[in-house]
Design a protein around this ligand. Structure first.
Ligand code: SAM
Length: 278
């Protein structure tokens, strides 16, 4: 295996710092530094980039990002056991890595990174979707980030890129594709991780569009889509009943058939409906 830096192999780092993976922290570590460099590169050329990494763990992806030339990486890690290993990486790349100890759901990173920053992360599966939805639903657009390069369970990645009419199409697809370009860039088998998870994983890459594809209020759209897909087998008029007493008229005004189901409605249709409700 070729070396990407002068730091020890990740297996040695994990052994030296006693980083036995904890399930409760969603820890499935990547040990192949060629692979982590490849994931880093999937975010685009890194020279000069400011990057937010959530959950660096023993630092495989962090090292990939730095070796590929990221100017600055801010890494937020909840498991304090990982901090000494991350401090060694920071020392090897002076002034380029800042590690924040804490929960990524609580820390505010906006003041710590130059805009636009990108996110590159092998996310802990238990908070991945919540973080993604937060990044996708700021009130103002374009957001502070320019791109998101994120590892998810393959099944979740497929939901993010799904097209209308498919079983995987739902809230995540609408929110992600409304204001971003999305694609799956890499699929990984369980054996790529230590310990191996039960399912395959995939890296998705989202690029923020300069403007939403169709006008709509983000909060209204988010609430409406959540409701619509919560009861995806029902017709729209029933699934969305609580939103407005005259929901059937509003559906028709938006050009939608009240007897359709949520998974048949393209993003344009959801935005048109959001405009009648906003
Ligand atoms: N980036 C490393 C890699 O690719 O090998 C580790 C990825 S592992 C799937 C997820 C990481 O997120 C772990 O290091 C875990 O401790 C960390 N983590 C879990 N919950 C977190 C949270 N709420 N905030 C920040 N980090 C968290």
């Amino acid at each position: 295996m070729s070396r990407i830096d002068d730091l020890p192999p990740l297996r040695d780092v994990i052994a030296a710092h006693g980083l036995r993976a904890k399930k409760s922290m969603g820890q499935n570590f990547l040990l192949d530094l060629n692979l982590t460099s490849r994931i880093a590169r999937a975010s685009g050329p890194l020279a000069g980039a400011s990057v937010l990494e959530v959950g660096p763990g023993p630092g495989g992806l962090t090292r990939g990002l730095l070796a590929e030339g990221a100017r600055r990486v801010l890494a937020v890690e909840k498991d304090e056991r990982c901090l000494p290993a991350l401090a060694e990486i920071a020392a090897a790349y002076p002034g380029r890595l800042e590690v924040l100890s804490g929960d990524a759901l609580d820390v505010d990173v906006t003041a710590r990174l130059d805009r636009p920053w990108r996110v590159v992360a092998n996310l802990p599966y238990n908070i991945g979707t919540e973080l993604l939805v937060r990044w996708l639903t700021p009130r103002d657009w374009p957001p502070a980030w320019e791109s998101l390069t994120l590892m998810f369970q393959k099944e979740v990645a497929e939901r993010i890129v799904a097209a209308p009419g498919s079983k995987a199409y739902g809230r995540l697809a609408v929110l992600a594709q409304w204001r971003s370009e999305v694609r799956i860039v890499l699929t990984l088998p369980p054996e790529a991780f230590a310990p191996p998870p039960k399912v395959a994983s995939a890296v998705i890459h989202l690029t923020a569009l300069p403007e939403p594809r169709f006008p709509a209020d983000a909060d209204v759209l988010e609430r409406m889509v959540a409701k619509g897909f919560n009861q995806r087998r029902k017709m729209l008029r029933a699934a969305l009943k609580g939103l407005a007493p005259d929901i059937e008229d509003r559906l028709r005004a938006a050009g939608l058939d009240p007897t359709e189901r949520a998974e048949q409605v393209p993003i344009e249709g959801w935005c048109a409906l959001a405009r009648t409700l906003g």
